[in-house]
Unconditional design. Structure first.
Length: 135
């Protein structure tokens, strides 16, 4: 799909997607750090765009795709945006490195035990399917 088609789909579904970072710099070669968030230095936050999205579209709920994103939003963005009336939900990060960390959690271990043949990533996808509104 083209970018325009994706935008139209998101508008139709009432979904806005953006990144908390406006300008980032990678501290070192990603191949060595497996794309970890700690390898990113946020040079500029996406304040203007996020504020515009929230104001223009009357956002009622914001989903974070990791605890890192939630922390950045709460510490750097939320204090300076105009609208404050929305709910938030933090989802587990879909990154491969996060899946390794999650694999030792009791809820993941139980999911894998109850669902033979499934992987940790399936647990993360299951959470997204449960938490996100049905499209």
């Amino acid at each position: 799909q083209s970018l325009s088609a994706k935008k139209q789909l998101f508008i139709k579904l009432g979904i806005a997607i953006t990144d908390v970072a406006g300008v980032i710099r990678r501290k070192s070669d990603n191949r060595k750090l497996f794309c970890k968030d700690i390898n990113l230095e946020i040079r500029q936050f996406n304040l203007e765009e996020i504020n515009k999205i929230i104001l223009t579209h009357l956002i009622k709920k914001i989903y974070f795709t990791s605890q890192f994103v939630e922390e950045v939003f709460r510490n750097e963005i939320q204090p300076v945006i105009t609208v404050k009336d929305f709910q938030t939900t933090t989802l587990r990060s879909p990154s491969p490195i996060a899946a390794i960390v999650y694999s030792t959690r009791q809820d993941v271990i139980e999911f894998l035990k109850d669902n033979p043949g499934k992987k940790t990533f399936d647990f993360i996808v299951n959470q997204y399917e449960t938490e996100l509104p049905k499209l």
